[in-house]
Design a protein around this ligand. Sequence first.
Ligand SMILES: *[C@@H]1O[C@H](CO)[C@@H](O)[C@H](O)[C@H]1NC(C)=O
Ligand SMILES: *[C@@H]1O[C@H](CO)[C@@H](O)[C@H](O)[C@H]1NC(C)=O
Ligand SMILES: [Cu+2]
Length: 386
Amino acid sequence: MRLDLFLVPLGLPFVASLRDTRRTPEDANGLILKLNNQAVEALENQQSRAERSGTCTLANATFRKDWALLTTKERTSYIDAVKCLQSKPSKSDPSWAPGTRTRYDDFLAIHIDLTPSIHRTGNFLTWHRYFVWTYERALRDECGYQGTQPYWNWFAHQNDIFQSPVYDGSPSSFGGNGEYVKHAGIFVGREGIPIPAGEGGGCVKDGPFKDMVVNLGPVRPGMRDLPISPTGPLGYNPRCLRRDITSFPMRDMNVENLFNITLGPASHTVSLFQDEFQGRFPDGFIGMHASGHFVAGGDASDVFSSPADPTFFLHHAMVDRVYWIWQSLHPSSAKTIAGTITMGNNPPSRDALVTDLLNMGVNAPSIPLEDAFDTLGDTPFCYIYI
Ligand SMILES: *[C@@H]1O[C@H](CO)[C@@H](O)[C@H](O)[C@H]1NC(C)=O
Ligand SMILES: *[C@@H]1O[C@H](CO)[C@@H](O)[C@H](O)[C@H]1NC(C)=O
Ligand SMILES: [Cu+2]
C-alpha cells in the first residue's frame, strides 16, 4: 500500500500559515485531516534527514484507520474479534481480580485497578497508548483479527451522533443507545459538571453488544444513581452494558480546542497539551478526552470501568492519534513528560519518570514509559494513523 495515496499534498507552509494568520480553520474535521497529513510529512522529513532510526519505518508501519472508512466486512471482522475476546477465559489471578471471567475482562480489570495512577498523571498518554496496542495485539494473536485498531473520529456526525457508524445501531456498529431509564443526568469528575440525561440510560438495546455481559464495576459511575459494585472494584457483578448517548459533551470537541492543543498555545509543552486535552474541570471545561467517554454515557462515564464499553478502544485510539500528531509536529517535546504518579497529584506524589514501568497485568509485559514515546523505530509498536 502506498502511503502517498492517502496524503493530500499540503506542504510545510500549511502549519506556518495557520500560525501566521492566528486564525483557526472553521472545520475540526478538515483540520484533523490536514494535521494528520502534516504529521506523516514531518515523520517523512525526519526519516529522510536520518533523524529517525530503528527497524520500523514509514515503509513498513501499519495504518490505523477511521472506523467510518472501513468496509462493512472490516468492521464486522473487528467486532467478531472483540466478541471472541469476550468468550475466551480470563488469565487473571482470581485472588487479585475475582470478577474477571473473560480475556476482555482482563483489560477492564487492569484499567480499574490502575485508574488512580494512569489518569492526570505523567504516564496518561503513554500508558493508554500501550493499553490500546496490547488490546489490538490480543485481537490479532488470540482472535485471528487481520486488521489494525480503528479509531472513532470525534469530529464527524457531531449533530447526528446516532448516524455515526460507531453508534448507528446496525450490525456493523457498536450498537446504539440504551433503553430509556429516567435518571438525574451524568456528572463529570469530582466537580460534577452536569450533562443532562438523554433518551437512554439503560441496557444497550440493539447491535452486536446488545447481550454483552459486563462483569466488573461500576466503581465511580458518572450516572450517580447507578449502584456501585457490591463486590468491590474487581469483584463479580454481571450486568448489561449501559449507555446514554448524548452529543452534549461534544461542545468541547471543537476546532478551537483541537487547534489549541495541536498548534496553538496549549501545544507548547506536554504539560499544557495533556492538561488541556484532559479538561479543566474546575472551569467547567470537559476537554476532548473526557468528552469522548461522556458521549457514550452509562458505563463509559465511569473513569475506572470505562473500558467496559468496547467503544473505549476506538475513542482511545483517537486520543492516541492526537497525541501522535502532537508528537510528530513538536519533535523537541515529543519525548518529554510532565506530572506525578497520582491522579491530579492527589494525594501528592513524586514526579513520573521515563523509566517508570507501564503495567498491563496479564495482558503484556511491563515496559518502561520511554519505550512508548514513539510508534515507529525500535519500540513494541509499528503503526501510524491515516
Ligand atoms: C521493517 O523493515 C525493517 C528494515 O527492512 C526490518 O528490519 C523490520 O523488521 C521491519 N519491521 C516490521 C514490523 O515489519
Ligand atoms: C487554550 O489552552 C489554554 C491553556 O490551557 C487555555 O488557557 C485557553 O483558554 C485555551 N484557549 C481556547 C481557545 O480554548
Ligand atoms: Cu483510562
